[in-house]
Design a binder for this molecule. Structure first.
Ligand SMILES: N[C@@H](CCC(=O)N[C@@H](CS)C(=O)NCC(=O)O)C(=O)O
Length: 230
């Protein structure tokens, strides 16, 4: 296995310094949306540093998401955050798009016409707004929200909504090996990551989408990204 392009930062005093460092910094946590960004970085071969952030821990800890130093970068105290020079990005979809545009030769943005690109945008919006939304509802109402805000019935509602989203996805994908343009793109990366999330959360995932996750997670860049967070 090739070594990841990323460097995992361990020294706390380096966590929030060097804003103008020439390497990008990705702040993330193992089982989270930050894996999307990590994987995209590994697909491109761009140099970066990975900084581990801890959610739901004492804000006094230097790696805590609610630590004031991290909140200065990401006011919600969420992951991921990407810092590239003076640019600070805090939405995973914006981050993967930025990474893909920074290394266009890597093909994460498909080489298709305007209509093909519109379908790529459509799929990305679908993953975020329809497919991951019930997964995040499940996570929020199981552990992320303050206990008094959690509604147990939401767990079943989330499974119902996920099943509906799958039906739409079947229609959008049409059984092709890759989502758009016959090549691996951000849409595939986001689908594979989101199905991995669904499988971990024990949602009903049809075999064809387990296979999609497995196939894309075998890509060398995904394997390298996994090694960064292990
Ligand atoms: N829309 C944001 C969502 C980021 C997000 O909610 N991240 C989760 C981990 S996957 C988080 O940091 N949660 C901590 C919290 O809710 O306090 C994105 O796509 O980047």
């Amino acid at each position: 296995m090739n070594r990841p392009n990323g460097v995992a930062l361990k020294q706390h005093h380096l966590l929030f310094q060097e804003r103008k460092h020439d390497r990008m910094k990705l702040y993330g946590m193992a089982q989270s949306r930050s894996f999307r960004a990590l994987w995209a970085l590994e697909e491109t071969g761009l140099e970066y540093e990975y900084v581990g952030i801890k959610l739901f821990v004492d804000p006094a800890q230097s790696e805590a998401a609610q630590n004031p130093d991290y909140l200065a970068l990401n006011s919600q105290g969420k992951v991921p955050t990407l810092v590239d020079g003076d640019l600070v990005l805090t939405e995973s979809i914006a981050i993967v798009n930025y990474i893909a545009r920074k290394a266009p030769e890597c093909g994460l943005l498909p080489n298709v016409d305007m209509v093909g690109y519109a379908h790529h945008d459509e799929l990305i919006a679908f993953v975020l707004a329809e497919l991951e939304q019930p997964l995040w509802s499940n996570g929020k109402h199981r552990f992320a929200l303050p206990e008094e805000q959690r509604i147990p019935q939401m767990l079943e509602t989330a499974k119902f909504e996920f099943a509906k989203a799958l039906h739409t996805l079947d229609h959008l994908l049409g059984g092709n090996e890759f989502a758009i343009g016959g090549q691996f793109s951000l849409a595939d990366l986001l689908l594979a990551h989101t199905f991995n999330w669904a499988i971990r959360f024990e949602f009903d995932v049809p075999a064809r989408y387990v296979e999609l996750r497995d196939r894309h997670y075998r890509r060398p860049a995904a394997v390298r990204a996994m090694a960064v967070i292990e």
